[in-house]
Design a binder for this molecule. Structure first.
Ligand code: FES
Length: 101
């Protein structure tokens, strides 16, 4: 699936992968603002992204643990996800994610 990241500098980066987490894809390719400090176990929120509002259904909902983690983040809104918790499948093709502060 092709996934586009929009950084805080307004840079648009489109990457492609068949599997793995969205966080891993971003970190491997040096997407600015996605640090993945906890290694993808949903405990650091350095992989926070905002899903394009038109694609919320495509991205899927946050789990309870993920939602609890997001609640601690002042920049979180209804489009927030922790992208280590998004597993890449073909269904995500065309997904657009804005890197959160
Ligand atoms: Fe730590 Fe996603 S990488 S919460």
């Amino acid at each position: 699936a092709k996934i586009t990241f929009i950084t805080q500098d307004n840079e648009s980066i489109t990457l492609e992968a068949d599997s793995g987490s969205v966080m891993a894809l971003a970190v491997e390719n040096g997407v600015k603002g996605i640090d993945g400090d906890c290694g993808g176990v949903c405990s650091c929120a350095t992989c926070h992204v905002h899903v394009n509002p038109n694609q919320v259904a495509q991205a899927g909902a946050a789990s309870e643990i993920e939602a609890d983690m997001l609640e601690l983040d002042d920049n979180a809104n209804e489009f927030s996800r922790l992208c280590c918790q998004i597993e890449i499948t073909e269904d995500l093709d065309g997904l657009e994610l804005t890197v959160a502060n």
